[in-house]
Design a protein around this ligand. Structure first.
Ligand SMILES: [Zn+2]
Length: 422
């Protein structure tokens, strides 16, 4: 048995300073402690104890690009970041777009112990944007979230057919990476003052907003659930708010880096600040934080996108897009966006993402009988990210002092990460 004492616990009636007893894969008691000795006792005054974090957007690069990351190292990075479940994106090699690949990946994921890995599936065959993927086969293999992440579905006709098809598969969700390539062109960073100064091609907010607007119209027409990935602009937030008022079933996510950083961070052309969508302006960042607080944005998702140092140590225009995020997300979100509000933190980082992905053993208040998928987080601990459990270290937060540290992660009653002292 594990006993965690004096933490601020997210119970079904809110935050309570109390003790939690874990026995096997279950929370055995909240508020009462066992009489016998010999248990592992953790004193955790001031730390937050709640459901393990859930990430809707992770690139594990497995199969096909396992020099960047694989399921084992990705799961270790997730555990170190306080996560107990994640959704892996299907832009692997080969892409996850049919029954055979989905089944093979799901079988390997089931053998991973540090975190529950749920795989998502492509919307189009080969992610080529030309014909629909094998939805029935992937659905039978357990896939519920479908996305061509890395690319948008290029034509409205194809996406509307995908939406109509998935409407008949209970629990299926269309997730979209919103980027109109004809507008994005060769853009490298947000189209704004910094791009002009550097003389680099910009990525206008319009490239994102056109696709968000189109997809919301399609979702309204077909009645399909829609999830917008990594929202980054004021305009996208306005579109989502309006669609919701009109009854469209839409959810959306924001990344930690869009909450913490702005376009000015790219000034030094450090490729660890290159990603899509790009870091935007001050108004966008401020609006994203407000939207995460007021619920316009449902969840934080990391878009953990590993690339090796060699791949990133090239001129800015040639560098691949994407940054890692699993191991720094909790600190960045609590200290840069949500403040010292454990209820809101667990809602956006665990409860809402678990609900969107349909993960019933995650994202639940800590109470007698609930699954022991938990994270213990110290919101005041200062640290500087240096080494990572991930195979890659392309983090914009390397060397930056962060506040808030995961102390322990527990999946199904087993400690998958213990640390936070360094
Ligand atoms: Zn994306």
């Amino acid at each position: 048995m594990i006993v965690i004492r004096n933490a601020r616990v997210l119970t079904s009636s809110g935050i309570e300073e109390t003790s939690v007893v874990i026995d096997g894969d279950t929370v055995a008691a909240v508020g009462a402690e066992p009489e016998a000795n010999g248990h592992q006792v953790i004193e955790a005054p001031g730390a937050w104890l709640g459901p393990g974090l859930v990430d809707l957007h992770v690139h594990l690069r497995d199969p096909g690009q396992t020099w960047k990351e694989d399921m084992v190292t990705g799961a270790k990075a997730a555990a170190a970041g306080g996560y107990t479940a994640l959704v892996a994106m299907p832009n692997t090699e080969p892409p996850i777009d049919d029954r055979v690949t989905a089944t093979a990946v799901a079988e390997r994921a089931a053998g991973i112990e540090d975190v529950e890995i749920v795989t998502s599936g492509a919307l189009t065959k080969g992610r080529s944007g030309e014909e629909l993927a094998d939805f029935d086969g992937m659905y039978d293999a357990g896939i519920r979230i479908f996305s061509d992440d890395g690319d948008s579905v290029p034509t409205a006709g194809l996406l509307s057919r995908a939406m109509a098809y998935l409407l008949d598969l209970p629990g299926a969700l269309v997730a979209e990476h919103a980027e109109d390539r004809s507008v994005a062109g060769t853009g490298q960073l947000h189209e704004g003052a910094v791009a002009s100064r550097l003389g680099l091609a910009g990525l206008p907010s319009l490239a994102e907003e056109l696709v968000v607007a189109r997809d919301l119209l399609l979702a309204a027409t077909t009645g399909t659930r829609l999830h917008i990935q990594h929202v980054s602009t004021v305009g996208s937030l306005d579109l989502i708010r309006r669609a919701r008022e009109e009854g469209v079933e839409v959810t959306c996510e924001v990344t930690p880096h869009h909450l913490a950083l702005e376009e000015t961070a790219v000034e030094g052309l450090d490729t660890n600040f290159k990603m899509y969508p790009p870091l935007r302006g001050r108004d966008d960042r401020t609006a994203l934080i407000a939207a995460l607080r007021d619920g316009t944005v449902d969840v934080v998702a990391t878009d953990h996108a590993p690339h090796t140092t060699a791949e990133k140590e090239v001129p800015f225009e040639e560098a691949p897009r994407g940054v890692i995020g699993l191991e720094t997300a909790a600190a960045v979100v609590s200290s840069k966006a949500l403040g010292k509000d454990p209820e809101l933190f667990f809602e956006r980082m665990s409860i809402a993402p678990a609900r969107i992905a349909g993960l019933s053993r995650h994202g639940r208040a800590v109470e007698k009988g609930s699954p022991a998928n938990l994270v213990l987080f110290d919101p005041d601990r200062r640290w500087v990210p240096a080494g990572f459990a991930s195979k890659s270290s392309n983090s914009p937060f390397v060397g930056m002092e962060l506040t808030g540290r995961v102390l322990m992660t527990i999946r199904e009653g087993k400690i998958t990460y213990e640390g936070g002292s360094g």
